[in-house]
Design a protein. Structure first.
Length: 72
């Protein structure tokens, strides 16, 4: 999962920040703080789940939280 997370960071042009990685429920997610190319802090979370389960709160939780906290 770490290899895939690093690949995603490269593909998205973000740099992983010190501070450690965080594993989610049952090891299905791996997240870490990152910096964008513009220097903005962000969070990169990689999710591993069967394609048939690509819906619901595992996938919608981050956008729902951002909407609740920041509107839009």
């Amino acid at each position: 999962m770490r290899v895939h997370h690093a690949h995603a960071a490269t593909a998205l042009s973000v740099q992983t920040e010190p501070g450690g990685e965080f594993r989610g429920w049952a090891g299905r997610t791996l997240g870490a703080p990152v910096r964008t190319a513009d220097g903005e802090p962000a969070w990169l979370r990689l999710v591993s789940a069967p394609e048939a389960k690509a819906e619901g709160k595992l996938w919608d939780g981050a956008p729902d939280a951002q909407h609740a906290c920041f509107g839009g």
